[in-house]
Structures are given as C-alpha cells and as structure tokens.
Design a protein around this ligand. Structure first.
Ligand code: BEZ
Ligand code: FE
Length: 280
C-alpha cells in the first residue's frame, strides 16, 4: 500500500489529498505553502515545545484582534511580508512615485478641505506647510486628483489612538487638485513613533532585540481616474530610525526636504511631487 505519511514524503502526501477540480489558484498557493511550511519545520527540527509556543502565539494574536486592532497585519508588517506583497503588486515604471505600507491608521471619508487649510487641529507640534504637484509620467499636471493625508500628532499618536485626547480628524484631510495639479496644506513636521507594541507583536520584537519605532513620516493616498492608486509616505530625511524602520517601509525616493520657511521662522516647509503611473 502507498500514500501513508512519512517524514520524508510529508509535504507531497499532504498536497496529494487536494482534488484536481478545485480552484487552480488555491491549489497553487496551498501546495507552495505546505511545501515551504514542512521544509521550515524540517530545517529547524521544530521541537514539540516550540510548536506549542507557536500555537499559543497565534492564538493570543487572534484574541487581540478586534475591529480597531489587527494584530495579524502588524505581524505581517514587522516580518516584512506587507512590504513584499506591496512591492510585488505595485511594480511601476521608473519615474512614478513608489508605494509603501498603508498601516492601520487610515480612516476612510476624512473631511474634504480647501487648499491651504490647516489639518493640525490640536495646535501641537511644529507647523509645516506642505506643497507639491500631482503629475503624470510625462510631467503633465493631473486635475481632479484626490490627496488623502494622515499623520501622527506631535506626541507620536494618531487621532484614532487617542479619541478622548485629540480632536476627531486631527491631522487628516482630503484635498482635490485643480487644473494646475498643485496642492498645499498646513500640518505638522511629523515625529517618529512606536507601532502598537502592547500585544504579541511587541513581545516578539522585544524577544528579537528589535525596537518598535517608525521614522517620522506623513501618509498620502493619491488617486485619480485612469491612474494607479498611490499609497505612500514622505519621510523626514534625517530621522534616526530611517535605517531601522520596524515595518521596512522606507524608500530613498520618498525622502522629502524639510526647511524652515524663512530664516529664523518657526514654520517648516516641505515639498513633494507625486507622479502617478497610468492604470494597467
Ligand atoms: C503607520 O505608519 O501608520 C504604520 C504602519 C505599519 C504598522 C503600524 C503603523
Ligand atoms: Fe504612520
């Protein structure tokens, strides 16, 4: 008789149980997952105690998840999987602005604001005028592009993390470009902050000797009909965490200048042009 499970043939035996008439993509993905999972278990000679620890870790990770908290996405982020999936799915021609991780703090349907408006509603932090253009790959202005912006406040927290301490929609807003493709708004020079580290992901980072910090950044989601959706950040180029972002989201092309608006002035000025690739 054949088909019995052995250490040697483990993944082939499991994969052979899948029927031929199932969804072909499911079959491809599951077969590769089982193959690599079994190879990993064999490579490290996984002990029963380690297997139990992993099950407890996954159980606890699931138990922390709620509508407001997605610990599995955070796990994917700190393992570099989110950025890898993002890279594979957002290959763009050179010259187009690169994507980076969305993160858990985007909120749909932020208020639409007028160009030049101030989105820092708590009055904290170092004021910064953000300006730039939304362009196509030929350098032409894109009219009617939607720029959805979100940022932490000066204490390193998003409004949704502190609903009792921050005004609703603090450091958020949607701006729509006119015919010249330009945008401008007032926000704050962002600060670095730790990702939520009071759960299983935080414990794992600590056990690995990793810090939970992200370098200072401002989030942008830029969309326009006929163009690929852009989910990105701009980074403050001298942040100490740029080379050790806990979610691997930094790309050198996304560093934006931050300068004092005038000699001795307290307000900062930052500028960045977003270049959208045509829809495939
Ligand atoms: C963020 O930049 O908002 C973020 C990204 C990934 C995980 C946690 C936070
Ligand atoms: Fe962020």
């Amino acid at each position: 008789m054949t088909g019995f499970f052995t250490e040697e043939n483990s993944s082939q035996t499991v994969n052979a149980r899948m029927q031929d008439d199932i969804n072909p993509r499911l079959k491809t993905v599951m077969a590769a997952m089982v193959k690599h999972l079994h190879a990993f278990v064999k490579e490290v000679d996984l002990t029963e105690e380690e297997w139990r620890t992993a099950i407890t870790f996954l159980t606890n990770t699931g138990q922390i998840c709620s509508n407001e908290r997605q610990e599995y996405i955070l796990l994917s982020d700190v393992l570099g999987v989110s950025m890898l999936v993002d890279a594979i799915n957002n290959r763009r021609p050179s010259g187009a602005t690169e994507n980076t991780v969305l993160g858990p703090f985007h909120v749909k349907e932020a208020p639409v604001r007028e160009m030049g408006d101030n989105i820092s509603l708590d009055g904290k932090g170092e004021s910064c005028l953000f300006t730039g253009r939304v362009l196509d790959l030929n350098g032409a202005a894109i009219k009617g592009a939607t720029i959805d912006v979100w940022s932490d406040n000066a204490d390193g927290c998003y409004d949704v993390q502190q609903p009792d301490n921050q005004p609703k929609w603090n450091n958020r807003g949607i701006f729509i470009t006119g015919a010249d493709g330009t945008y401008s708004f007032v926000g704050i020079k962002p600060v670095s902050y730790p990702i939520p580290d009071d759960g299983t992901v935080g414990k794992m980072l600590a056990a690995l000797g990793r810090h939970p910090y992200r370098p200072a950044h401002t989030h942008f989601m830029v969309t326009a009909p006929g163009y690929q959706k852009l989910v990105t950040h701009t980074f403050v180029g001298d942040d100490p965490y740029l080379t050790s972002d806990t979610v691997f989201g930094v790309k050198e092309t996304l560093f934006a200048p931050f300068e004092r608006s005038k000699d001795g002035a307290t307000q900062w000025r930052s500028w960045f042009d977003f270049v959208l690739a045509d829809e495939a």
